[in-house]
Write a protein that binds this ligand. Structure first.
Ligand code: ASP
Ligand code: MG
Length: 442
C-alpha cells in the first residue's frame, strides 16, 4: 500500500485539488492508497492569528469562512460541508475571548480546524469525481499523542490501533483521506504535531500500515542540488539517503524533516518527494541506503542570518569544567547551537536564534572573553562519503579562494556526509553559485 501526503499549496485552491484528485486516481488503480492532507496554505497561520486576536477581544472568522465556502462552491461540492467545523470555531473563539487568555491547549484546538476542513473538502472532491473516498480525523482512527501541545509525540500504541482501524477500510477498497498535523492526547484533548507536522502524520500512518512507499507531494521537483532561487540551473536529485536529507533539513523546508520522517526510517519505508504541478516528474527518492552512488557533493545548502559567538579564555579553556560552564549558559538561555569549532584557547559556535544576546554575552563574559559576529551565513555541502573523498575539501577552498570569499569557520563533522563553512552573508550567494558550478558541471 501507499501513503500520499499533500501539502498546503497542493490543496490550496480548486484547480490544485482537481489535480490532486487525478494523481490519487492514478495511484489508487495500482493498489491500496491512503491520503494525508494538510490545511489549505495559509490557513494554519490565519487560525493562529484569529486565536491571538480573540484573546484581546471579539473576532469573526469571516475571511476564513469566505475562503473555504468559495473553495467548496468552486469545486461544486455540497454547501455546508464544513459548517459544523466553522460553528465550532466560532464558539471556541468566543470562549477564548470570554476567558481572555489563549492556552496552548486551546491554540491546538484552534489549529485543528484547518486540517479537519481540508480532509472534508478533499474527500468530497474525490467522491464527486467518482472515487470511493472518505474523510477521517486522525484521532478517530487511532492516532494518540502525549499532551505536549504544539509539538506532540506519537504514543507507541497508536501504530497497532491505526492498523486495526484502517486495515479493514483499505481492504474494502475505500480511499481514506486522513487529517495531517493533528491528533488527540490520552485525555481526548486535541493536539498538534508541530508546524509542518503533516509529514510526520504521513510517516506515522505509513509505518502503521506497513506502506511500501510514502509520497510527499509538494510544489518542487523533489530535493534539489541547491536552492533554485540562488542557483537557477540547480537540478533535482533522483535519490538520496535519509541521513543526507536530515543534514539538509536545517536549511529550510525544501526537504522533509528528520524528526518527522523517523517512523518511516524506523520501518525502512522509502519516501518519494514529488511535485503536484508536474506529476510526471520522478522527483527524489529518499532511502536508507543510496548504494552505488559515487561519493561526492550531492547538494549545497545555505542559510543567512547567522550569529557567531567566539569565546576565548587563555587561562581556563583547557581546564575541565570550562565547556560545561559555557554550554550551560547557552542551555539556560535556550540558544540552539548549530556549528562548533575549537582551538587551544577559544571555542566558536553559531546560532540562528541568539535570543537575548546581550544577556548571553554578559553571562559568558563573567569567565571568558566574548566576541560576537553578525551577518554570517552557513554553507553546507552534503553527500554520502564526502569526508572520504580526498579532493573535496581542496576543491571547496580553491573555489572560495578564486571567488575571494573569506571562510570564517569550518566544520568537517563526525558525520561522513557534511562539510559546513561560515562566510559573510554578503558572500553567500556568490559562494553557493561558485561551489555549484564546481561540483555540478553540466
Ligand atoms: N497545517 C500545518 C502547518 O501549517 C501542518 C502542515 O502543513 O504540515 O504547519
Ligand atoms: Mg510542509
Amino acid at each position: 500500500m501507499r501513503v500520499l501526503k499533500f501539502g498546503g499549496t497542493s490543496v490550496g485552491d480548486a484547480e490544485r485539488i482537481r489535480g490532486v484528485v487525478e494523481i490519487v486516481r492514478g495511484r489508487a488503480q495500482r493498489g491500496p492508497t491512503l491520503v494525508v492532507v494538510s490545511a489549505q496554505s495559509g490557513v494554519t497561520n490565519q487560525l493562529i492569528a484569529l486565536a491571538e486576536r480573540a484573546a484581546a477581544g471579539p473576532v469573526e472568522p469571516s475571511a476564513l469562512r469566505n475562503r473555504l465556502e468559495a473553495l467548496i462552491a468552486e469545486l461544486g461540492l455540497e454547501e455546508g460541508l464544513v459548517e459544523e467545523e466553522l460553528d465550532e470555531l466560532e464558539t471556541l473563539l468566543r470562549g477564548i475571548t470570554m476567558v481572555g487568555d489563549l492556552t496552548p491547549r486551546s491554540l491546538d484546538r484552534m489549529m485543528s480546524f484547518g486540517e479537519r476542513c481540508s480532509a472534508r473538502i478533499v474527500a468530497a472532491a474525490m467522491r464527486s469525481a467518482g472515487l470511493p473516498a472518505w474523510p477521517y480525523m486522525a484521532y478517530d482512527v487511532g492516532l494518540v499523542t502525549d499532551a505536549t501541545y504544539g509539538g506532540a509525540h506519537v504514543e507507541a500504541s497508536s501504530y497497532a490501533k491505526i492498523a486495526e482501524e484502517l486495515g479493514p477500510v483499505l481492504k474494502e477498497g475505500l480511499l481514506p483521506v486522513v487529517t495531517g498535523f493533528i491528533a488527540k492526547d490520552g485525555d481526548g484533548y486535541l493536539t498538534t504535531l508541530g508546524r509542518g507536522g503533516s509529514d510526520y502524520s504521513a510517516a506515522i500512518f505509513g509505518a502503521a500500515m506497513g506502506a511500501d512507499e510514502i509520497e510527499i507531494w509538494t510544489d518542487v521537483d523533489g530535493v534539489m542540488s541547491a536552492d533554485p532561487r540562488i542557483v537557477p540551473e540547480a537540478r533535482s536529485l533522483d535519490r538520496m539517503s535519509f541521513s543526507e536529507a536530515a543534514e539538509l533539513a536545517y536549511y529550510g523546508a525544501k526537504v522533509i524533516h528528520p524528526a518527522t520522517i523517523q517512523p518511516a526510517v524506523w520501518k525502512n519505508i522509502p519516501i518519494r518527494v514529488l511535485n503536484t504541478m508536474r506529476p510526471e516528474h520522478p522527483g527524489t527518492l529518499v532511502l536508507r541506503e543510496v548504494g552505488g552512488a559515487a561519493p561526492g557533493v550531492r547538494s549545497i545548502a545555505s542559510k543567512g542570518g547567522i550569529t557567531a559567538v567566539h569565546v576565548t579564555s587563555l587561562r581556563m579553556l583547557l581546564q575541565y569544567g570550562f565547556m560545561r560552564r559555557m554550554f550551560e549558559v547557552f542551555d539556560r538561555r535556550k540558544v540552539v547551537i548549530d556549528m562548533i569549532s575549537t582551538s587551544e584557547v577559544s571555542v566558536s559556535v553559531t546560532t540562528d536564534h541568539p535570543g537575548d544576546l546581550a544577556a548571553l554575552t554578559q553571562e559568558l563574559a563573567e569567565f571568558a572573553e566574548v566576541r560576537v559576529e553578525h551577518d554570517r551565513a552557513i554553507l553546507c555541502l552534503v553527500g554520502e562519503g564526502l569526508r572520504e573523498s580526498k579532493d573535496v575539501l581542496a576543491r571547496i577552498f580553491a573555489t572560495l579562494e578564486r571567488e575571494n570569499v573569506a571562510v570564517r569557520m569550518v566544520s568537517v563533522g563526525a558525520s561522513r556526509i557534511n562539510v559546513s563553512l561560515l562566510v559573510d552573508t554578503a558572500d553567500e550567494r556568490r559562494a553557493v553559485q561558485a561551489l555549484h558550478r564546481e561540483f555540478f558541471k553540466a
